[in-house]
Design a binder for this molecule. Structure first.
Ligand code: HEM
Length: 422
């Protein structure tokens, strides 16, 4: 039977199906396939995905990386989308869709010393306290609901991710629920083919997010505060570019983080993951475990690049110029040519000299917020294990619904009970 793209099938993101489908791609003897609905060229081998992300030659472009998956012509033919599009065309490229000097300036400003920065060495100092406070507050909320079944996504994971990224950027608590709505809308834009109504909602969410970020940058230009918005302005970005950078950071830092936390908790509370959950009573097991969870249970399983010229894969296959490529980060992270027992959590990957997972990308666009994400997931797991050692999935052998999406793998909800609260 010819190989087909498995992830448009219902239930393809259920854990066992995911592993089976990745195995089928890796054992297929080919290195890419053209997905019928979107025309995306799916690419899954670790070496190919790594090479394309590094973008070492001019055959790969990131110009369209943040474009909607739905073709632009459909938006142009949808009058309900026009008011939002009119704003969005004024937003300059800032991070994932910028390149060259423009892109370097933005990264320099984000990482610059002083004030708030997303630098690795500054992350724990600057954001550790914030993340711990937010995780405790979300755990308080979960505890206050007693023995009932609650959706861990709605009560803990989404408020935590929205609260952390909003506070870093400079939004007030009153904006956090809107951050969730805006980000959901724009996430769908990136990874799903949308009907006319979905198109309208998606571009509306993104343009509202962009307007709010630009307004925040403008306010901080007049009156600086202790936040990332002020930091970017102080390090050379004008209001429009600071606003665009904040928008990208908000969008990049929310769905990715809460999705990875949800997938991780789904695993840890399953029969297979329970011993890892129990082991979290000893804090020294946390760093290795988080590294592995981020590899296997990432919420961002795919990302896009454009073939500016023909792109040659490691086995000689040519991806034709002009094609959109779907880089299957999740599949690359489970490539049996690079990872022993790729679906399993193992502690010894560093000793075995296995490569770094591609969850956060690699090369010039390596994730700006990777240490924030790592800190968020680590602190959340530590707080949750401490407060709710007997937490269980509901039902314990749960089947969970995943929205069909080419880039994000996130259970729509994760019902839990917190039996073991101290
Ligand atoms: C588990 C959570 C996360 C995952 C899986 C993730 C994944 C990624 C990936 C794969 C890229 C590379 C994009 C490319 O090559 O085009 C990226 C870039 C980026 N990420 Fe993350 N990310 C996460 C969390 C965050 C957080 C918390 C923030 C903000 C605090 C953030 C901000 C960014 C930004 C701004 C970029 C663009 C960097 C550039 O183009 O120079 N991410 N992320």
């Amino acid at each position: 039977m010819p190989l087909s793209f498995p992830f448009t099938q219902p239930d393809a993101y259920q854990p066992e199906a995911l592993a089976r489908n990745y195995d089928a791609l890796h054992s297929s003897g080919v290195s890419s396939l053209r997905e019928q609905t979107t025309g995306l060229y799916a690419i899954w081998k670790y070496d190919d995905v790594e090479q394309i992300l590094k973008g070492a030659d001019d055959s790969v472009s990131n110009k369209t990386t943040l474009n909607p998956l739905t073709p632009m012509a459909r938006f142009a033919a949808n009058p309900a989308a026009w008011p939002s599009l009119a704003h969005l065309v004024t937003v300059p490229a800032a991070t994932a869709n910028a390149h060259g000097q423009q892109h370097e300036e933005v990264r320099r400003a984000v990482f610059a010393q002083g004030g708030l920065s997303l630098r690795l060495d500054a992350t724990t100092l600057a954001f550790g306290e914030l993340i711990a406070r937010r995780a405790q507050a979300a755990a308080d909320d979960l505890a206050s609901r007693g023995g009932a079944t609650n959706d861990f996504a709605a009560v803990f994971a989404r408020p935590l991710a929205a609260g952390v990224i909003s506070a870093i950027v400079g939004f007030g608590a009153q904006d956090e629920w809107r951050v969730q709505q805006w980000s959901d809308a724009q996430t769908a834009l990136l990874g799903r083919p949308l009907d006319r109504r979905g198109q309208k909602v998606g571009v509306r969410g993104l343009s509202d997010l962009s307007r709010a970020c630009r307004a925040l940058a403008k306010a901080r230009a007049a009156s600086p505060a202790s936040d990332l918005a002020s930091h970017l302005l102080a390090h050379g970005l004008d209001v429009r570019r600071a606003g665009a950078t904040l928008m990208n950071i908000m969008a990049a830092g929310y769905s990715t983080s809460y999705g990875t936390l949800l997938n991780s908790m789904r695993f840890l509370l399953s029969a297979e993951g329970r011993s890892w959950w129990d082991g979290l009573a000893h804090e020294d097991s946390l760093p290795d475990l988080v590294t592995e969870l981020i590899r296997v249970e990432t919420g961002l399983i795919g990302w896009k690049r454009l073939a500016a010229k023909d792109v040659r894969l490691s086995d000689g296959t040519l991806i034709p110029a002009g094609s959109q490529m779907l880089l299957m980060l999740g599949a690359a992270n489970r490539d049996p040519d690079r990872f022993t027992e790729p679906h399993r959590i193992r502690r010894d990957r560093a000793e075995r000299k296995e490569p770094k997972p591609l969850t956060f990308g690699t090369g010039p666009h390596l994730c700006l917020g990777r240490e924030v994400a790592r800190a968020e997931i680590s602190v959340a797991l530590s707080v949750l294990r401490h407060r709710f050692p007997g937490m269980v999935l509901q039902p314990p052998t749960g089947w969970f619904r995943y929205d069909p999406d080419y880039l994000f793998r996130t259970p729509v909800s994760l019902p839990v009970r917190v039996h073991g609260e101290d």
